[in-house]
Design a binder for this molecule. Structure first.
Ligand code: ZN
Ligand code: ZN
Length: 401
């Protein structure tokens, strides 16, 4: 039965045992030898063969393994405060124990050892299993319970909950995300009426606040596939987003109910809510979909319908060069970007207004394409029509993802 114990292992274990170790700590110095048993069993077998006594006060761990049932109960109690299908145990061990272990390994020259943290995590996890009706999950745990072994206290690290959907923005007065006050940066001051925000609400809050409440989360983050200007509506098929809910106590969320609650808002609507995962955040951030716009354009001068239609035709498949617009040049590098107008269609021509439908490549500055931005965008609609044009309202009516 002890064929896993060769002379080398005997030698290592013999030197380790000199320190006065418990069965766990003795077994652990050669943990990688002899599979299918716990370190404790391994240690007892070694002590037996070497004819050594196991220590009743372990030099290395000070009998920390006696506390495993206590740690397990503390983990179970903490886990019961949140909803999850699975969990993983982690632990913090006092630095003196880690240091003694490092010295011991150095002294006895073992390459077969396992760390005390790793054994504690496993042994506590095993002891938690019968106390909770949840599985252990190593790769993607919904909750990591971190035990501080000095105080038997437990901290929970709950994985965020991600919800994917598409939103419509029906107001020209709210931004996509929470916009902290410029003067106080969110603390609250007279400028912002104590709210800490530049705008009373946002797409993020209209969606995130009810979601946060439903799952009892600590906060929400909003990841949109790009964003529209505050004064632009987001219509059509909506803009994809992922809502991230931090430290949710509830994971089993009723998305139909959430959709119903959000859609009571007159400012924001959502559709197609589903549970997502972390990888979709990066995907949504990296996406560069073409976009479709409806622009109501004020034309400062007389134009006739035929002329407007003729110009619209010439815009299809047109490459334009856009120098960083003056309105954003304070926060973006001054560059010239080449973008494509994919299609243009006139919906309506009135005396001094033209309603234009445009499909453009991602990253096109539409307002500047229409005004010309003082010659920073060429070619542009104003030059093409021969009269100054400016956008009165601009709505996104399609995200072509
Ligand atoms: Zn020990
Ligand atoms: Zn403020």
């Amino acid at each position: 039965m002890s064929e896993w114990i060769d002379d080398k292992i005997k030698e290592i274990a013999d030197r380790a045992a000199e320190k006065g170790l418990c069965a766990h700590c003795l077994g652990r110095v050669v943990a990688k030898a002899g599979t299918g048993m716990s370190n404790e069993e391994r240690g007892m077998e070694l002590a037996d063969i070497l004819g050594k006594d196991l220590s009743s006060t372990c030099w290395l761990c000070k009998n920390i393994f006696n506390n495993v049932p206590r740690y397990a109960q503390a983990v179970a109690d903490a886990l019961f405060t949140v909803e999850s299908d699975n969990f993983l145990v982690g632990c913090r061990v006092e630095p003196e124990i880690i240091e003694r272990e490092r010295l011991l390994w150095e002294e006895i020259g073992t390459e077969l050892a396992e760390s005390i943290k790793s054994e504690l995590n496993r042994e506590i996890g095993k002891a938690v299993l019968p106390l909770v009706d949840r599985a252990v999950e190593f790769r993607n745990p919904q909750v990591v319970a971190v035990v501080d072994t000095r105080f038997a206290s437990v901290e929970l690290d709950v994985a965020p909950l991600y919800i994917y959907g598409r939103y419509l923005k029906l107001s020209r007065e709210i931004p996509q995300t929470v916009w902290p006050c410029r003067s106080c940066r969110g603390k609250g001051c007279p400028c912002c009426g104590g709210t800490g925000k530049m705008y009373s609400t946002s797409v993020q809050e209209q969606i995130g606040d009810p979601a946060k409440e439903l799952v009892d989360a600590s906060e929400h983050l909003f990841h949109g596939m790009g964003r529209e200007d505050i004064d632009a509506l987001m219509l059509g098929n909506g803009r994809p987003f992922v809502l991230e809910l931090k430290q949710p106590r509830i994971r089993d969320i009723d998305l139909d109910e959430l959709e119903r609650i959000i859609n009571c808002s007159e400012l924001v609507q959502v559709q197609g809510l589903r549970i997502a995962d972390r990888s979709e955040v990066a995907a949504i951030k990296a996406a560069t979909p073409n976009k479709e716009y409806r622009a109501v354009v004020r034309v400062e001068g007389k134009v006739n319908k035929e002329r407007v239609n003729e110009v619209a035709k010439s815009l299809a498949n047109l490459y334009i060069d856009q120098r960083t617009p003056s309105r954003v040049s304070h926060r973006r590098a001054d560059l010239v970007r080449r973008r494509r107008i994919i299609s243009a269609e006139i919906e309506e021509v009135r005396d001094d207004t033209v309603v234009l439908r445009l499909e453009t490549e991602a990253g096109t500055y539409v307002k500047e394409f229409i005004s010309g931005d003082g010659g920073r965008t060429v070619p542009n609609l104003s030059d093409a029509l021969g009269v100054p044009c400016r956008v009165e309202t601009l709505d996104v009516i399609g995200i072509k993802d």
